[in-house]
Structure formats: C-alpha cells, structure tokens
Design a protein around this ligand. Structure first.
Ligand SMILES: Nc1ncnc2c1ncn2[C@@H]1O[C@H](COP(=O)(O)OP(=O)(O)OP(=O)(O)O)[C@@H](O)[C@H]1O
Ligand SMILES: [Mg+2]
Length: 323
C-alpha cells in the first residue's frame, strides 16, 4: 500500500481535469471525453471524486484505479457482452468505440438498501410495496438480500436533470428502447451482475448493486460502455462480517466510497447548501480505499503511475499516435 505521506504530497498535484488538443471535449463528473476519427472516443478518467451529485475533491490515483479496474472488468466480462474497449494508452485513459448511448441507466440490485429517493430501501421504508414494478412482501429488513437480483432502470438525468424511475415494462412501452434491444440489455445486465458477484465473492466482498450503461456500436451491436463494477458505479460490502452484522441489526461494513458520504453526513451535509471543508486525511484514506479495492478485486498489485498526470498522458497519447 502506498504510504499516507506519499499520497499527502500528491494531493496538490491531483489530476482534476485534462486539456488535450483534441476536438469535441465533453466533461462528465469524473471523465473527460474526446472525439477521435473512425468513430472512436478517448475517455480520460480524472481524479475528481463526486458524491451528492457534486465534485468534492480530486483524489490521487483515483482516476487510474477507475480506469484500470474498469478495463480489467471489461476483459473479465467480454464473453458475456461486447464492450467499447479498444485499448488503454495510459493508466488514466481508455480508447473506446463511440456508441450511441441508450437513454436508460441499467441498475441491478441484489439487496434492499439505500437512502436516496430512487433507492429500494427508501421506497420500502416509506411504505411502498410495489417498487419499480416489483411486488415486495412485508417484513423485509434494511440490507436484506433479495430472492434474486432485479433490474431497476432509470432515465438518464444528465448533468442537471434527475434520474426518473422506470419499470422494466415501461422501458419498451414508453419507447425508451425497442423490446428486442431491451431484452438483450436485461439478459446482459443480469449475467454481468452474476459474474460480478462471483468475482467479488472470491475477493471477500459482496457486490450489492451497480449501474451499467449500454449503447449501440457503430456496427449495430449492443455494447457495454462507460465503466464496470467500480466503486463509483457500485456498492460493495465486506462478505465476512455481513451475516453477523445483519443479524445484529447493524449496518454492513462498506467497502466502497460510502465512508466519504458518511463523513459529510457527520458534518451535517446531505447534499444541500455550502459544502463543508474536509481534512486531508479523508482524501488520503479515499485514495487508499480505491487502491485497495482495485487490488482485492483484481488480485494484482497496484502500480502507481507517475505524477503529475498531464505531461505523462500527453506523452503516452503521442506514442500511441492519438495526439
Ligand atoms: N463508448 C462510449 N460512447 C459514447 N459515450 C460514452 C461511452 N462511454 C461512456 N460514455 C459517456 O461518457 C460519460 C462519462 O463521463 P462521467 O461518467 O464522468 O459522466 P457522468 O457525470 O456520470 O454522467 P453525465 O454524462 O450525465 O455527466 C457518460 O456520459 C457516458 O454515458
Ligand atoms: Mg458516470
């Protein structure tokens, strides 16, 4: 593990944004995208950390972890569904096939949990028993495993809008996707989730829920895009303590970025109003958490890329003939 002092030194040098001499830049919360020739796209994963739909900090190595962990998962799941990966020219960059992204986010959930307005547990706790088109029995408890994983789609809110909940039926009935495509996407999503749970289990973790994005490839195929099974798109819990804690009515030990939301909540911040300042130790802990998730899931030692990232990225893209 990279020592805290080393990460502290890098805090000021975090990779907060990219400025490449490429056209068509789009900025997501975490990734910068650039349009390339031949229907390709360069996705640069920065160190930006978002929660509560806001960018809260830039955390050393977070971008590299997300990019390399995603690339690893794409490789692990390519037998299930085609994906957008063409190459990894730099630890923070992915060369991808440009997709026409589908307008739904495909959330898969194995457990009833969460407190945001789209979360299963939140809906259940306010008395709803039909949620996302599924019937739930009385007597469920927070963080309980579902009989089987379910798909709970939402519309893609975009940077300002909100994600609206949909039932699986509404996705095709309301014309968000045609029925054949939606069926293909649902099968792929459930198979991906099963693979994700198996791999996480071997790493001593539970893949609780996750969000996939799919799109249409230039050749017409359905393909998996964006990111897969990262701590930004997924919830992970520690497997070995889950059962005892659940039985005792305690919250599971999270192994994702939830501890950052909790740190803010402890300061009274829940997403509205001025964002409280946080001590550097929270960001070094975040960096170490991301790295250890990478190492646990992949079974590989994390090899830190050189900082600052920008000149290194520039050189690697030139070497790859992208710049
Ligand atoms: N192969 C691809 N082709 C086209 N778009 C893609 C591809 N892979 C990912 N994207 C898009 O790139 C963006 C990734 O950036 P990021 O994840 O930071 O965005 P976000 O903040 O989650 O969402 P938003 O785009 O709503 O701001 C997403 O909008 C995603 O849909
Ligand atoms: Mg995203």
């Amino acid at each position: 593990m990279i020592p805290e002092e080393k990460i502290l030194e890098l805090l000021d040098q975090s990779f907060a944004s990219s400025a490449l001499a490429l056209p068509g830049k789009s900025e997501g919360k975490v990734r910068d995208g650039y349009v390339l020739s031949d229907r390709r796209r360069l996705l640069v994963t920065t160190d930006r950390l978002s929660a509560f739909d806001r960018i809260l900090a830039a955390v050393p190595y977070k971008g590299q972890v997300l990019n390399q962990l995603s690339a690893w998962w794409f490789e692990q799941t390519r037998d299930i569904v085609a994906n957008h990966v063409l190459g990894v020219p730099d630890p923070n960059a992915l060369l991808a096939r440009e997709a026409q992204p589908f307008p739904v986010e495909v959330v898969v959930r194995g457990y009833i949990t969460g407190v945001t307005h789209t979360a299963l547990w939140y809906r259940y706790s306010i008395g709803e028993r039909e949620i996302y088109g599924y019937r739930f029995p009385d007597g469920l408890r927070k963080n309980q495993e579902l009989a089987e994983p379910i798909i709970t789609p939402t519309t893609k809110g975009g940077p300002t809008g909100h994600d609206e909940r949909l039932t699986c039926r509404e996705v095709s009935e309301q014309g968000w996707l045609d029925e054949a495509t939606w069926n293909e996407v649902q099968s792929a999503a459930l198979a991906l989730f099963q693979r994700g749970q198996e791999v996480a289990h071997r790493a001593g973790l539970i893949l609780v829920d996750t969000k996939y994005e799919f799109g249409r490839a230039p050749d017409g195929r359905v393909m998996l895009i964006d990111e897969v099974h990262t701590p930004d798109s997924s919830r992970f819990w520690k497997a070995d303590t889950y059962a005892a804690r659940f039985a005792a009515g305690q919250e599971p030990e999270n192994y994702d970025k939830e501890f950052i939301r909790i740190a803010y909540a402890d300061q009274g911040y829940l997403g509205d109003g001025p964002v409280p300042a946080m001590p550097p130790s929270l960001w070094t802990a975040a960096s170490q958490r991301y790295i250890s998730i990478y190492e646990r899931l992949t079974g590989q030692t994390f090899v830190p890329g050189e900082y600052p990232v920008a000149p290194r990225l520039q050189a690697n893209l030139q070497k790859a003939g992208i710049l």
